[in-house]
Design a protein around this ligand. Sequence first.
Ligand code: UDP
Ligand code: MN
Length: 363
Amino acid sequence: MAERGEREAFVTLATNDTYALGCLVLGNSLKQRARTTRKLVVMVTQGVSQSMRNQLARVFDMIYDVNLLDSRDSANLQLLGRPDLSVTFTKFHCWRLTMFEKAVFLDADTLVLQNVDELFDREELSAAPDAGWPDCFNSGVFVFRPSEETYNALLQFAMAQGSFDGGDQGLLNMYFRDWATKDIARHLPFIYNVVSQAFYSYLPAFTQFKDSVKIVHFIGATKPWHHPYNTTTKEVTPLPETGHNKDYLQIWWDIFMTFIQPTLDPSLKEQMGGLIGELAALSLESGATYGGSQEHLSEQERKLNWERGQVDYLGADKFENIEKKLNKSMQGPAASSKTYAASPFKNISVTSKATEQKQPPKE
Ligand code: UDP
Ligand code: MN
């Protein structure tokens, strides 16, 4: 029988190049920091470019293409009418990795700080409590057994029930609904899925237990790659109001700048522009600051944040942009029809992410 290192795998997912960056850092943390002995698998959709797939192939043992609208599969066919559930179902494809006996799914926005290979001694479905509602598990880290049967059952269940939170977490919690009460062995300790804002909600516990944290999870709309990074000081600046812990953000960026960024193809800058292009062009010698901002948020989300007092001082809402917007508005309606800067990298840009990007729900 094959070694456990062959039969067991860590699995993650990216539906676009930005989340693929997260996968690269995660994969590196598993290899370089945690020294795992298990296989690494990344599931990708068509939204991940060829150059990013090449990057992923340097870190992951397997790149597993998943295609939601696969007409060979009758359950998938029904999905054609439910585009809202598409990213959710993409995660469920992990159950199809039946070449592995057991696996651990990790979100692309997680970071492994210490070896966690002992997770493979747990049974399906093992997961840590969600910090917001601890009778639910958080679906950013879970132990499962690949099985076509479970995959189909999950899809059927989802079709029939829908998800109470619109995502995979709601569905998985309904499907594995005895998790909260049945078997304490399936409750992973919180240290396997610590939200990076934990120090904020319970500081004394965080101070007491922070050295035992094994996996950090950067939940929320603003991910580590959205934060400003200074190439001279090699320091990240936590964006106000995101609540992410600076030490964890710094570890993410240290891994990114040491192992990933130097291997990014500089031509990505021309090909892709935007966040990936800027990251590919970063150089530690240049002394430049990588912007980071709420650029990835839609105009609507940004407006809401502004109204809540969460102002993106370093990005879209910086003073020059506001001044520019005011000037344009005062020049009349024709001039003000262009949106003001969303790009944190250039001083002023006349298109915003919201108008440039038509498709991805999250980036
Ligand atoms: N994901 C993706 N593309 C998307 C949204 C999500 O690939 O547009 C994947 C990615 O692996 C991500 C996971 O689905 O980590 C769950 O989403 P996210 O981590 O953004 O949710 P949160 O943990 O903030 O609730
Ligand atoms: Mn996540």
